[in-house]
Design a protein around this ligand. Structure first.
Ligand code: UDP
Ligand code: MG
Length: 344
């Protein structure tokens, strides 16, 4: 099934049944990876279910990729995938979803901002019949006020514009049934605004509120420009309202320009022609020029999107996938003393 929709992926090795996959995109997270594995094992081992950790290295430059491969060589529950370069979080997530085999898949950030302790509750909701369990942030610890404010405004704006309800303040932290993952894989678009795609899929969704923690170690990969880009991506992927704005704005400007022109002509006819129309002329020209450029830019954004979709490039390129065979009675072991962990 998978090789039909994603022909560039290796055929998955026949494995025993896996109840839960945890998919984690990793980009320059070397500082947090030992903590991550330790905490996940402490949370997941007591659940007594078979699970796998799908760690996708998104072209890290700090040796995270190598660290993951070494982890995978030691712990059979770890599947380490390396992308050929940095493709961005959304692509890394997609790769992780493609490689996962569990009945339920939980998507998690590497920096432990999404507390893994909640996985138990997510699984409970899954077993109660939800296909998607999305996690809504009650608070955002350690995030600056302007990030919080812009996130707030962004979600409100996005939901006004798009036809499907994209829940506010839910990040990528969520659980998906195999069915939901499969539905996600059916969406072929290159511009992957994941939150929107999750919402598009629909399926019975349960929402759990939680308090977002601070980053355990390392630095955020986002900057203001990146967030702005993501917001723009989100809006233009799920709404064509900006195209209508451009039309509306152009119409308004044309009306104002027409009335103004009429007023000037009437004035000239009634009072005679006085020299000195220069400032008003320049004002009108620059205003109209601005409106035109803006509208062309908005249209261009959608044309550009169409262009990228038309190319039908794969979303990511895998460098390798490493996983050790499981022993017959494999129960995940707690990581050893960090001093014995593979050297970073
Ligand atoms: N990430 C990634 N590729 C990128 C940027 C980020 O895989 O190009 C991963 C990163 O390693 C982390 C997750 O995406 O696991 C969220 O990133 P971050 O914590 O920097 O974002 P924030 O929580 O600040 O929004
Ligand atoms: Mg983070």
């Amino acid at each position: 099934m998978r090789s039909e929709s994603r022909p560039w992926l290796p055929e998955p090795a026949p494995t025993e049944h896996v109840a839960l996959s945890i998919v984690i995109p990793v980009y320059n997270e070397l500082a947090v990876l030992p903590l991550l594995h330790d905490r996940l094992t402490r949370v997941l081992a007591p659940l007594g279910i078979s699970y796998e950790l799908v760690l996708v290295d998104d072209g890290s430059r700090d040796g995270s990729g190598l660290y993951l491969v070494e982890l995978a060589a030691r712990y059979p529950e770890i599947k380490a995938a390396r992308l050929s370069r940095n493709f961005g979080k959304e692509a890394a997530l997609t790769a992780g979803l493609d490689l996962s085999v569990g009945d339920a898949v939980v998507v998690l950030d590497a920096d432990l901002q999404d507390p893994p302790e909640l996985i138990e509750h997510m699984l409970a909701a899954f077993h109660a019949g939800s296909d998607i369990v999305s996690m809504k942030r009650r608070s955002r610890a350690g995030e600056s006020w302007h990030k919080r404010l812009s996130a707030h405004l962004f979600y409100r704006l996005l939901n006004r514009l798009s036809h499907i309800e994209i829940p506010a303040d839910t990040g990528d932290f969520r659980l998906m049934s195999r069915r939901a993952v499969h539905a996600m894989q059916q969406l072929p678009e290159r511009n992957r605004y994941m939150k929107g795609l999750f919402a598009w899929v629909g399926l019975p969704t349960h929402v759990i509120e939680y308090d977002r923690e601070e980053r355990a170690a390392g630095n955020t990969k986002w900057n203001v420009l990146g967030l702005f880009g993501l917001a723009f991506e989100g809006i233009t992927s799920f709404s064509i309202a900006p195209l209508r704005w451009a039309t509306g704005l152009g119409l308004m400007a044309a009306l104002i320009g027409f009335s103004f022109g009429l007023w000037i002509v009437m004035g000239a006819l009634i009072h005679g022609n006085e020299v000195g129309g220069y400032p008003s002329l320049i004002a009108v020209i620059t205003f109209l020029g601005g409106v035109q450029l803006l509208s062309i830019g908005v249209v261009g954004e959608y044309v550009g999107k169409t262009y990228f979709e038309a190319k039908q490039r794969p979303l990511y390129v895998l460098r390798d996938v490493v996983q050790s065979p499981r022993a017959a009675s494999a129960t995940p072991t707690l990581p050893e003393d960090p001093s014995h962990a593979p050297a970073p």
